[in-house]
Structures are given as structure tokens and as C-alpha cells.
Design a protein around this ligand. Structure first.
Ligand code: ZN
Length: 197
């Protein structure tokens, strides 16, 4: 079977008011991003410098940066679907060293694919008067898509720099871009086209 991928519209230039924008760095944890991680995504390491640059630009502009971490109990039912990963407090659950959050930056310990589910993420974004969320990280069609979708369902404007997102397969990547762009009306961009104002 061959499936034709609908064209994804890329927004070349997107301005982000720093005070109303949060950068969500999704699950850039050792288990997904480090080659020795238990659920390694081979395309994830090449997004690290791109995400790092975006984090630096967001910090410089005064935009909020939020790090999500998949955070499971040792008997989590998700381990019937995926190999054991991101067990609370383990090395695999830590954010990769290159993207280490600064003291005081927010970490969201997530229970499932959607970083809003059962966490204070929405509460914090509302307190901070955030209107736009830039979502990067991994895995494209899993935690990135569900978090971006959940943000859009709450009427946050979603911006997805595709070069800061990694997937297990090209199909998964295209599926995620399609859903964010078409269904959730988010902007698909490249990281260099983002400008914090
Ligand atoms: Zn998980």
C-alpha cells in the first residue's frame, strides 16, 4: 500500500511575543535521546543542538521554558505497550545533559503522552498569561503530538518547529505534522524562522 502524504504548509517566519510564549521541551530524556537509553529514538540526538539554540534564544528573550519528563512508576501499565522507560528518579528519566534545565525552570513530570493530563501544566501557563506554545522534542507522533494537540484543544496557539522534533519513522513524523498543521491549526515552521520579540 502506498499512501500519499498531503502537503504540509510551512510558515517561514513566525514572531513570538516572549512574554506570551512558552517553549515546551518534550521528553528530551536519556531513555529517548541517549544511545544507551531504553527507548532510543535514533533521530533525536540531531535535534539536541537545534533545541539548545532555541532554548537559549527563548531564555535571552525572557520567554518561559518548560521541560516535560515522562515519569513512570515501575509497574506502569504503559510498559505493556513500550519497553520499560523513564522510571521516576532513574538516569533514563533525566533530561539529557546538553539540555539541562536551569535552576528555577519548570519541569513537568508527565504520566502519559499528553503533558497536560494529570499535571499542573495548564494552570501554570494560565498564571503566566501564555497564549502561544512552541513544542519541540520527542517522540513526534506520541508525546509531542498529544501535548501539542492538548494545548490546541485548550486554545493555546501551537507552533511546531519541525527540525526540533524527532520520530521513530518518517511516516510517524509526517502524521504528526499533518495532525498539528491541519487538525489543530498549528503553525509548522523551522527553528530558524522563529523570532522572539
Ligand atoms: Zn512513557
Amino acid at each position: 500500500m502506498t499512501v500519499e502524504v498531503p502537503e504540509v504548509q510551512i510558515s517561514e517566519h513566525v514572531e513570538l511575543p516572549a512574554a506570551r510564549t512558552a517553549l515546551l521541551v518534550v521528553d528530551m530524556q536519556n531513555d529517548f535521546v541517549h544511545p544507551e537509553g531504553s527507548l532510543f529514538v535514533p533521530d533525536a540526538p540531531k535535534t539536541v543542538p537545534i533545541i539548545r539554540n532555541l532554548i537559549e534564544r527563548a531564555r535571552e528573550a525572557g520567554a518561559r521554558v518548560v521541560f516535560t519528563q515522562d515519569w513512570h512508576q515501575p509497574d506502569d501499565p504503559e510498559f505493556a505497550i513500550w519497553p520499560r522507560h523513564a522510571v521516576a528518579g532513574s538516569w533514563g528519566a533525566e533530561v539529557v545533559a546538553e539540555l539541562e534545565p536551569l535552576p528555577g525552570e519548570t519541569r513537568i513530570h508527565k504520566l502519559r503522552y499528553d503533558a497536560f493530563y494529570g499535571t499542573p501544566l495548564e494552570h501554570l501557563l494560565r498564571l503566566w498569561r501564555i497564549e502561544k506554545v512552541v513544542v519541540v522534542g520527542t517522540v513526534a507522533n506520541i508525546c509531542v503530538l498529544h501535548t501539542a494537540g492538548s494545548a490546541a484543544l485548550r486554545w493555546f496557539e501551537v507552533v511546531l518547529p519541525a527540525d526540533g522534533v524527532s520520530a521513530l519513522t518518517p511516516f510517524d513524523m509526517q502524521a504528526a505534522l499533518r495532525q498539528v498543521g491541519f487538525l489543530y491549526h498549528g503553525k509548522i515552521t523551522n527553528s530558524q524562522g522563529l523570532v522572539f520579540t
